[in-house]
Design a protein around this ligand. Sequence first.
Ligand code: 5GP
Length: 199
Amino acid sequence: MASQPGQLVIVSGPSGAGKTTLLHRVFEQCRLPLAKSISATTRSRRPGERDGKDYHFLSREEFDRRRQRGEFLEACEVFGQGDWYGTLASEVTPSLEAGKWVVLEIDVQGTMEVLRHYPQALTIFVEPGSLAELERRLRDRGTEDPQALERRLAVARREFASADRYRHRVINDEVARAAGEICDILTGASSRHTGEHSE
Ligand code: 5GP
């Protein structure tokens, strides 16, 4: 076990805000022992996505079974259309004990649930420049049919309204700049974290 426990970092923001690309950049450039928690989901796999890398893709039966066994730190039906997403405790606890900075990319509802277990988690809300830009990104991505896209936009509007529940807000107007800002937030928190544990 590490001499000091790691830190939990939660990153949220509307679907299409560019969180995944942004976090890739943060992982590349930030000199902290970061570990990404791979969520479980019942949604179908998009082209190019790999099981165990992008998500743990589970059948609904398997997801429910694991949920009943208490394996999830949080789980919810993100877009209200039968697709479940959840954070497995096995993705978080061992890494925290090993002193890692565990990054969760989850929605607002999931965040509130995780904060009940880990009130000291560092929360960051990533937003696109505007809702219009978000809509353009989602349309350009072309991974959703028109109905699913509308649902994602409706959820995005609701998520925006929750942004002030996060400790930090970062506008993803330009990936390199926004990644630098997140890295600065984490590094600043790391200095405080180290200070607290060495006192
Ligand atoms: P997508 O289907 O585009 O990969 O993800 C949609 C949304 O699901 C993301 O914006 C993310 O916030 C949310 N999400 C991904 N994994 C989890 C999870 O484990 N728990 C919760 N609560 N939300 C998640």
